[in-house]
Design a binder for this molecule. Structure first.
Ligand code: LLP
Length: 427
């Protein structure tokens, strides 16, 4: 199997940016998430390379991995950020991200979140419904400011991905129906508290084919033309996120080629129009920036052999929910040489949580002994962010490696962290 970039074997030891992952287990314990700064930087650079000189902003989708160090790394690279909550806005600001590069997506923005984002002076709200137009206009009126807005259009294109992460078809709760777009742009334009600046979509995640994205782009460009004919001029187009990554043997879309294809297509469309001012391109990638920059380290606690062989490890569905929730496949590899008395068998790798759904992998051939450490690969996106405290398990530690150094970027949760805010009855 091919390891993701920046992972390598030195003898039997699995290294990330030259750091032995077994040493991270020894130093920080297990389970622990580890991220590579170089891998995050390289993925972001691929987006920037694809843009070339075309005006654009890569707004990292914070939901994929919101650790402060990950956001910090991206902020220093000049990233923008796509947020979906007031909490994510605070994280971006505390990580050194610039509010003027923040776009705010999501179907359920509350008054408090909208006011916080207006107060911070974010770049744009991606509006998802007619009611939200009114809500944001009212909030802007209360604060005496003008809110920059874009409408998230649901282009009704099938992203050909897992149904739980398909968002751009008409059955989905996301975005404004393509057929209602013009009417709602007119409505938004009529509010003096709103400045209509853009158009956006996000049709799904883990897409391995660029066709649905290109089809969505064409549908948005048609709308930009129709709106221009009505005197509604937009300054940016945001194609969302969604590029897939390799978890097993998937052939992912090459990032910079894809972005270059998009900018060329927009430039060609632009050339056919009389208006020569370039429309800026925004993208909202999450998974393709961080998924293969991360690994979840875990240790084997017990081996249980019978009609089915189980390797019980110290990570569980509360740490990594993707297998249980989406039947997702993550590669599992030993971090070093097998321990004394190791058994080579086909294992189901499971956690200690009291649920049959608590599995991390089915039917994997591994040579392992209790105490051996394993790496669950491609665990940088939608992994730690979806962790919970189920079974009163503290969430894992997080470590960032950076050119031979490693930094603890989130301490393992303690029982005191878990109980914070809880109380017994007064009597
Ligand atoms: N923009 C919006 C509005 C989104 O809802 C999302 C992801 C993104 C951007 C980033 O998409 P990406 O580039 O990461 O595909 N938990 C699931 C994935 C949920 C994706 C939700 N939205 C998983 O583990 O596969």
């Amino acid at each position: 199997m091919t390891l993701p970039a920046f992972f390598a074997r030195e003898g039997r030891e699995l290294m990330l940016e030259g750091v032995a992952l077994n040493e991270i287990v020894a130093r920080f314990g297990s389970p622990t998430y580890v991220y590579s700064r170089a891998a995050i930087t390289a993925a972001f650079a691929a987006y920037r390379d694809g843009l070339g000189n075309y005006p654009g902003l890569i707004c990292y989708a914070v939901k994929a991995n919101s650790n402060l160090a990950v956001l910090d790394c991206l902020a220093r690279l000049g990233a923008g950020f796509d947020i979906v909550s007031g909490g994510e806005l605070q994280r971006v600001l505390r990580a050194g991200g610039l509010a003027k590069r923040v776009i705010f997506s999501g179907v359920g923005k509350t008054d408090a979140e909208i006011e916080a984002a207006l107060g911070a002076n974010i770049r744009c709200f991606n509006i998802e419904s007619e009611a939200e137009i009114e809500k944001i206009a009212a909030a802007a009126r209360r604060l005496g400011v003008v809110a920059p807005v874009s409408l998230r259009i649901n282009p009704d294109v099938d992203p050909l991905t897992h149904p739980y992460i398909a968002t751009g078809m008409k059955e989905s709760k996301f975005g404004i129906a393509h057929a209602d777009a013009i009417a709602l742009y007119r409505k938004a334009k009529a509010f003096e508290e709103l400045e209509v600046v853009g158009i956006d979509c996000h049709i799904g995640s883990q897409m391995l084919d660029e066709e649905p994205l290109i089809e969505s782009l064409d549908r948005l460009l048609d709308l930009v033309d129709s709106l221009a004919a009505e005197g509604i001029a937009l300054s940016h187009i945001d194609l969302g996120g969604g590029l897939g990554v390799r978890y097993r043997d998937e052939q992912s879309v090459a990032i910079s080629e894809f972005v270059a294809t998009v900018t060329k297509r927009i430039a060609r469309w632009q050339a056919l129009r009389r208006d020569t001012s370039a429309i800026e391109l925004l993208l909202e990638p999450g998974r393709s920036i961080v998924a293969n920059a991360g690994v979840l380290l875990t240790q084997v606690e017990y081996l249980k052999c019978g009609s089915k062989n189980f390797a019980v490890v110290d990570a569980a569905m509360n740490d990594l929910l993707r297998p249980a929730l989406y039947d997702a496949w993550h590669d599992i590899v030993p971090l070093g040489a097998p321990g004394h008395g190791a058994q080579k068998r086909v294992w189901d790798v499971v956690g200690p949580v009291c649920e049959s759904g608590d599995w991390l992998a089915h039917d994997r051939e591994l040579e392992i002994a209790p105490g051996d450490a394993l790496g669950i690969l491609s665990a940088g996106a939608y992994a730690m962010v979806m962790a919970s405290n189920y079974n009163s398990r503290g969430r894992a530690a997080e470590v960032m490696v950076d050119g031979g150094n490693c930094y603890l970027v989130r301490a393992r949760e303690t029982i005191d962290d878990l109980l914070l805010g809880e109380a017994r009855l007064p009597m």
